[in-house]
Write a protein that binds this ligand. Structure first.
Ligand SMILES: Cc1ncc(COP(=O)(O)O)c(C=O)c1O
Length: 400
């Protein structure tokens, strides 16, 4: 089928998109409507844990769609119970609420923290509700999660904001301490700030936050929508620092490409009462069956070691190219990494990479001086080498 721009304009405008229509994807590769292939380092924005259209997801969807798609969230179903069991068995959490997007899971985390703050009030008996979040953080696009986010300009975009989200500075414990008041109930952070430019919270900071929140009877919420499900070389990024958070949110990688998210909490925190949280699609067996298929792959012996190895290789190749072109190094964890360009050429590189012939390269530049790499977790060494040789071709073309 051929598409015209006026056909595409039937979709509501929310962002600038190139005039390409993707029709197929397999592993690290996408194909557009003209048959051109692209090596894909976006993977649906760090979503396709196992690449495009992996067999285990196709099989899970086919089998579950013939069995049961949605009995309603008012009833139990087998895949959601199985996935909750696998997630709790492999983390410090005891209870799971499934959602459909990262923003929705975070909205749930905010509600749960506020509910807990009502049950564990301030000295004068009033509910605690303030959640300290961080500058440059990203937690979603609902009104509450936009208010929780520390993205420049988001405070006024759909004003008035949802109140109660003072912003501290990542990796600066004193800045957190300074914001704690009698109505503070939690601190919420991404263990690696993804959209903010791949900025990891340090191990010391995570440990310091855990001690501080314990001392002040505050909840520690980790938003692992981007960093979770093996992306950083551990199943969950909080595990790098050996701490035990109270609440965690997951999305993106948990569904390997399908809409699935989760809110996890320790038993003593999971205090919703009947009717306070829910949603028509939440925990439906079609999506949770996919979640089961994905996590089973991640839990196979050797899988996480291979993510760490590939992450190390991506890091080494990034450092080499950085040295060769006078860039400013790289940062990140596992297979969530950024090349620090040191100059604002990111958008130019992204466009030239996409336009390479005969095959294109899809890259992301969350900030103009950065390239972010978020390949499938089963990316091969050859696909990493190929990306860097294409990147060099781009740099030659644009004269950098
Ligand atoms: C850390 C983090 N939290 C939340 C979200 C929002 O997730 P979603 O787009 O699925 O609502 C994102 C999306 O990029 C994210 O990176």
């Amino acid at each position: 089928m051929q598409y015209s721009q006026s056909d595409a304009n039937k979709l509501m405008y929310v962002t600038n998109r190139p005039e390409l229509v993707f029709t197929e994807g397999h592993g690290m590769w996408l194909t557009d409507h003209n048959g051109k292939r692209y090596l894909d380092y976006l993977q649906g924005w760090a979503v396709n844990t196992l690449g495009h259209a992996p067999q285990c997801i196709a099989d899970a969807l086919a089998a579950q769609s013939k069995k049961l798609i949605n009995p309603s969230p008012a009833f139990y179903n087998e895949p959601s119970i199985e996935l909750a069991k696998l997630l709790t068995a492999n983390s410090v959490f005891d209870r799971v609420f499934f959602a459909n997007s990262g923003g929705e899971a975070n909205e749930g985390a905010i509600k749960l923290a506020r509910k807990w703050g009502k049950k564990n009030p301030a000295a004068d008996g009033s509910a605690r509700f303030e959640i300290i979040t961080f500058k440059h953080s990203f937690h979603g696009r609902t009104l509450a999660t936009m208010s929780a986010s520390g993205k420049d300009g988001w405070d006024t975009m759909f004003a008035p904001q949802v109140p109660g989200f003072p912003k501290a500075v990542l990796n600066d414990l004193e800045s957190v301490k300074a914001l704690i008041g009698e109505h503070t109930v939690a601190v919420m952070l991404e263990p690696v700030q993804g959209e903010g430019g791949v900025i990891p919270a340090s191990k010391e900071f995570m440990q310091g936050l855990r001690s501080l929140t314990k001392e002040k009877n505050l909840l520690l919420i980790v938003d692992e929508v981007q960093s979770g499900m093996g992306r950083t070389g551990q199943l969950f990024a909080y595990q790098h620092s050996g701490i035990e958070p109270d609440i965690m949110t997951l999305a993106k990688g948990i569904g390997g490409g399908v809409p699935l998210a989760a809110l996890l909490a320790r038993e003593e925190i999971a205090c919703f009462e009947a009717g306070e949280q829910g949603g028509t699609y939440n925990g439906n067996p079609l999506m949770t069956a996919v979640g089961v298929a994905v996590i089973k792959e991640l839990l196979k012996p050797g899988f996480m070691e291979s993510v760490r190895e590939r992450g190390q290789y991506l890091r080494q190749r990034s450092l080499e190219i950085s040295e060769k072109y006078g860039f400013e190094g790289e940062r990140g964890e596992g297979l969530l990494r950024a090349l620090q360009l040191g100059r604002d050429i990111g958008p130019q590189i992204v466009e030239a990479a996409r336009n390479l012939e005969p095959v294109g390269l899809l890259l992301n530049s969350p900030r103009p001086n950065l390239l972010r790499f978020m390949p499938a977790l089963n990316v091969t060494k050859e696909e990493i080498d190929q990306m860097f040789s294409m990147l060099e071709e781009v740099l030659a073309k644009i004269g950098k």
